[in-house]
Every structure is written in C-alpha cells, then in structure tokens.
Design a protein. Structure first.
Length: 295
C-alpha cells in the first residue's frame, strides 16, 4: 500500500471550476462518484450546511481507506466501496432517492500511480495488475496471457492511440513471461524506436488500465441513468482525461439535452488554465463538462 506520510498530495483538478458549476450549498446531497483522496469532497464540504451530505464512492478499497484517514471526521460524509456505475444500488442502500449534485473525476490519482505493488506506473517494477478493484476482474498479466495478438493490438490502438500497437502486441505474445511491469516494458522496448519511447510506455499502460477496468463501460452505464437520480435543478460535473471518455460524455449530454432532461452548462468542454497545468501537469488532458437537470 502507498505510504500516506511520504505520498505527495493528489491535487484536485479544476477545483474552482468544479465548485462554480456544481454550486454546492445548504442542505444539498452531493455524490462524489470518484472520491479518491477526497480533494474535491473536502472543498464541497466547506460549502454545505451541517445538514448537507456527501456520498463518496471509489472502486479502490485502498484509496478509500486512505481517504477515510485523511478526511477530518465529519458526519456529513459517507464513503462507499463501489463503482459509480452501480450508483442506483448505493443510493437504494443509503435510502437516498435523489441528489442535488454529482461529480465524476475520472482516471486515476497520483496516489495510485505511486502504489508500489499494483503496476499502474511504468516507473517502478511491480506485478502487472492495474485493477482499481482487486476483488473483481482480472489483472493485466492474465488478460494479456489469454488474449490474442490482434485484440491486444486493437486495444493499444483504440485506448492508447499507440502507433506501434501491432509490433508491441506481437512482442507481448512472443515474450516468455508477462507478469511484471518490467516484462511489459521490455516488450515495448524491443518493438519501438528509442525516441519518445516513454510516450509509448505511457500510452500502453493507459490502454491496458482502461481495458482491465472496463472504464468506458462503467461510464456508459452511469451516463444511461444519471438523469433518473438527479433532482430538478441538480447539477452534474464530469472531468475526463481521454478523448473517448470525453466523446461519450459529450454525446450522452447532448442526447439528454435534446430530450429536455438537462440543460448544458458547457457548450464546449472547459479546460484547465495554463497556470493550473504548470502547477499540476496531471491536469493537462482534463476536459470538464457540466449540466443542469431540468424540472
Ligand atoms: C482522479 S482520481 C479522483 C481524485 C479526487 N477527485 C480527489 O480530488 O482526490 C480518480 C478516482 O476514481 C476512482 N475510480 C475509477 N473508476 C471508478 C469507478 N468506476 N467508480 C468509482 N471510482 C472509480 C479511482 O480509483 C481513483 O481513486
């Protein structure tokens, strides 16, 4: 597990924009669907009354434990180990029929990148796992073992936009072992030119993380039901870090707006300021979209 004391804090992305669009206040009930280390939640809590409420979800039990330890004890916060894709059952368990705000800040946190044993980062050796939730699904190593070369190449191309996808997939299948970060890096090293190779590392790791966590499926599921649980006048904010995620949010939001279920608050995606990107490079690919639930 990551060491809380030595882990640099995860800086919440586009925090002032999130607060502007979400407008948390008074007795509102807000869902933080990707609570992480609670960066956004902490700021939202400062805007709520003593009777307000934040329900924070995360698929990663380790992150949730750290979030619990980091957030000052506050009766207004409920943390739940669940995917935002399963929000309906979480709300049913909490006996909350509708909420005033929803936030998703997708992807992974800097804290998770630093986990020594989960394989999220190509910068340190570890078992090749990359699951957010280690209680379900399969590690990347298993997926690579049972998946054919063409499917792997397609995944690296689609989710990582990796131009050497076919060569890397061939090398992955030829490798004697594919159990660790080093095994995967070696396969990438053998199939890409040295210039910009670290970009291939980043693209391949991102693609495999998206696949084993079925990230687009969870997002798609959430986008198919969120209007049923947002109260009239309620607001939703989604921050994405990948063009496929942003496209999904854009199309689903437009579709809901056409059906007069929501009003778009961002005609075009909002992006972070140059200053924020300078202070927090993780923000550089962020795109924020927001909407208001109609009556
Ligand atoms: C970018 S971080 C969120 C950081 C958080 N906003 C903060 O300020 O501390 C994304 C988090 O979403 C979690 N996550 C990813 N997919 C999820 C899902 N389908 N449901 C719930 N949490 C998810 C990850 O485990 C990670 O902790």
């Amino acid at each position: 597990m990551g060491d809380l004391m030595s882990t640099p804090a995860h800086i919440p992305v586009m925090l002032s924009e999130v607060l502007d669009y979400l407008q948390p206040q008074g007795d509102m009930v807000v869902i933080d669907g990707t609570v992480g280390l609670g960066g956004h939640t902490r700021a939202i809590l400062t805007k709520l009354s003593p009777r307000g409420q934040v329900i924070g979800l995360d698929r990663d039990a380790e992150t949730l434990r750290c979030c619990q330890a980091l957030l000052p004890s506050d009766p207004r916060v409920t943390l739940v180990h669940a995917s935002y894709g399963d929000l309906p059952s979480v709300l049913e368990q909490q006996a909350v029929p509708g909420v005033n705000g929803m936030l998703l800040d997708l992807g992974l946190s800097s804290f998770q990148l630093d986990y020594p044993d989960r394989g999220f980062s190509f910068r340190q050796d570890a078992p090749l796992d990359m699951r957010f939730d280690q209680t379900t699904g399969e590690p990347v190593s298993h997926w690579l073992r049972r998946t054919d070369e063409k499917t792997i190449a397609d995944c690296l191309f689609t989710y990582g936009e990796e131009r050497y996808s076919k060569r890397i997939a061939r090398q992955i299948k030829r490798s004697p072992a594919m159990e660790t970060v080093q095994d995967l890096k070696e396969a990438i090293r053998k199939s890409t030119p040295p210039a910009f190779r670290h970009k291939s590392f980043a693209r391949v790791f991102q693609a495999l993380r998206i696949v084993v966590n079925q990230e687009l499926d969870h997002l798609d599921r959430f986008l198919s039901f969120f209007t049923d649980y947002l109260l009239p006048g309620g607001r939703i904010v989604i921050i994405t870090y990948h063009s496929l995620e942003d496209r999904l949010v854009k199309h689903r939001f437009r579709d809901a707006a056409r059906r007069e279920l929501i009003q778009l608050l961002t005609k075009k995606a909002t992006i972070p300021s140059d200053e924020e990107i300078q202070n927090n490079p993780r923000a550089r690919s962020a795109k924020l979209r927001a909407a208001l639930k109609m009556a």
